[in-house]
Design a protein around this ligand. Structure first.
Ligand code: SAH
Ligand code: SF4
Ligand code: F3S
Length: 451
């Protein structure tokens, strides 16, 4: 009899992709995915540790699983992802009902770990090594896993992530990622192109190239001897027949090259959206964050991007209340917001994280001050997003359908704006349509179907 697995994913797109890989590996091992946690024989939490709150959420939900396990003694509980990597065997101490802890680079071990558990009910399994040199890159196995996947009975997904690199070498002083994901490694061009072609053949229309720091693709620890940089890779992927929309995330301002900017002018299928995390508008703060650019350089890059592609939508990530952030520093963040007028942003209160340098910095900002700054930033960002969205009023734009329920359609522009409209029910996810924008809210647009 087959076993049932339920995977809950926290955190970023890297984790979403890793969850897909785990699902594929387990399906090859005879597991069937279920939508409800209570129907599962194996529950996997793929966790995120980026801020303290994210980690707390994982532990509180894990705590609740104890009750389910009391009622259902055969239940297996696995913890994967960045909290697993960070906490390792500590997780067993804190949560004795956990059976498996599997680190970010060891997910391929999961089927073997499960087999060993089947043989010995009392066992605990842990595999958390971060591989220092990649003689056998995990990407190779990833591609094999993709090829072996049985055809899915559900409608084919129209958009997919393709990992082009893993890890991070930037060591921003506040960030756990270099510790939880290891050193930066770029995947060979040929593997990436092969995977993209495979996905397009399955009906995928939109590809998002994924890495913590895609702009430095090919610069460090490349697993194959190749000279392609990110702009070269982007051009090659854009030319794979069938790629209708191409996106990428995430980028680091310091490595944003002119060649990459030119791609926005040259490649028709490259979506005019750039997520360019700035984190702060103050040079003093940026320096302590160990971000390797200044506010001036950031603004120059934004101007240059807009000169190559005037309609490009720029979004960002912002941290408020970094240790030592003064009122004046924060005003510089607010000022940068006024200058760039981001289409949207993700903003966070600074959070102390284990094994990061800024955790030891003095001069921590008061929680209440952080809260006030975040509120002020978000309020102004919302106004700007609304003003930006209103620029679309009366314009006719091309959208890709995301879902269509009872003729009420949700779609997305190349600039990454969500558009709702009423349209024919034969439009399915991945189809494109032309829509004239009639209403602008701060988080989405509404329009009339044209064709
Ligand atoms: N690699 C991406 C970011 C990945 S983490 C980049 O460098 O752009 C996503 C976002 O979480 C970061 O951009 C940052 O804004 C936020 N973040 C990371 N560590 C944080 C911390 N300790 N406290 C608050 N926010 C944090
Ligand atoms: Fe973290 Fe900085 Fe690397 Fe982004 S670039 S993952 S913020 S260390
Ligand atoms: Fe979270 Fe790890 Fe991603 S910490 S943001 S899941 S890389």
């Amino acid at each position: 009899m087959s076993k049932h697995v339920y995977i809950k994913t926290f955190g970023c797109q890297m984790n979403e992709r890793d969850s897909e890989i785990m699902e594929q590996l387990l399906s090859q091992a005879g597991y069937i995915s279920v939508a409800e946690q209570q129907d599962a024989d194996l529950v996997i939490f793929n966790t995120c540790s980026i801020r303290a709150k994210a980690e707390q959420k994982v532990f509180s939900l894990l705590g609740l699983l104890r009750k389910q396990k009391e009622k259902q003694p055969g239940l297996r509980v696995a913890v994967a992802g960045c909290v697993a990597q960070q906490e390792g065997k500590q997780i067993f101490k804190r949560m004795p009902h956990v059976d498996i802890v599997v680190g970010t680079q060891q997910i391929y071990q999961l089927p073997d770990m499960l087999l060993r558990l089947d043989r010995d009910e009392t066992r605990r399994e842990i595999s958390c090594d971060l591989e220092k040199s990649f003689t056998i890159p995990p990407f190779q196995k990833l591609l094999t896993a993709d090829k072996g996947q049985p055809p899915s009975p559900a409608a084919p997904e129209f958009r997919k992530f393709v990992t082009i690199m893993q890890g991070c070498n930037n060591f921003c002083s506040y960030c756990v990622v270099p510790a939880t994901r290891g050193r930066e490694i770029s995947r060979p061009v040929t593997d990436i192109l092969e995977e993209v072609a495979l996905l397009v053949n399955k009906g995928v229309k939109e590809i998002t190239l994924l890495g913590q720091n895609v702009n430095s693709y090919g610069c460090t620890n490349t697993v194959a001897d190749q000279q392609a940089g990110f702009a070269d890779l982007l051009q090659m992927v854009a030319r794979v027949p069938g790629v209708e929309r191409l996106r990428f995330t995430s980028s680091n301002p310091q490595d944003l090259s002119t060649e990459l900017m030119q791609c926005f002018a040259e490649l028709d299928n490259l979506c005019p959206h750039f997520h360019l995390p700035v984190q702060s508008g103050s040079n003093a703060v940026l320096k302590r964050m160990h971000r390797k650019y200044t506010r001036e350089l950031y603004l120059e890059k934004v101007d240059a991007l807009r000169s190559f592609c005037p309609e490009i939508a720029i979004s960002t990530d912002m941290i408020v209340g970094f240790p030592g952030e003064t009122d004046q520093d924060f005003e510089e963040t607010m000022d940068l917001l006024e200058i760039v007028r981001f289409h949207g942003s993700f903003s966070f209160k600074y959070s102390d994280r284990p094994n990061t340098r800024s955790a030891d910095f003095g001069d921590k900002v008061d929680e209440q001050v952080k809260g006030e700054r975040l509120q002020r930033f978000q309020k102004r960002q919302d106004q700007i997003s609304l003003e930006r969205n209103k620029e679309f009023l009366g314009k006719t734009v091309e959208v890709m359908i995301e879902n269509n329920k009872d003729d009420s359609i949700q779609s997305r522009t190349g600039t990454n704006h969500i558009v709702h409209f009423a349209g024919p029910n034969n439009l399915v996810p991945g189809d494109v349509a032309m829509v004239t924008i009639t209403h602008a809210g701060k988080h989405s647009l509404n329009g009339n179907f044209i064709a």
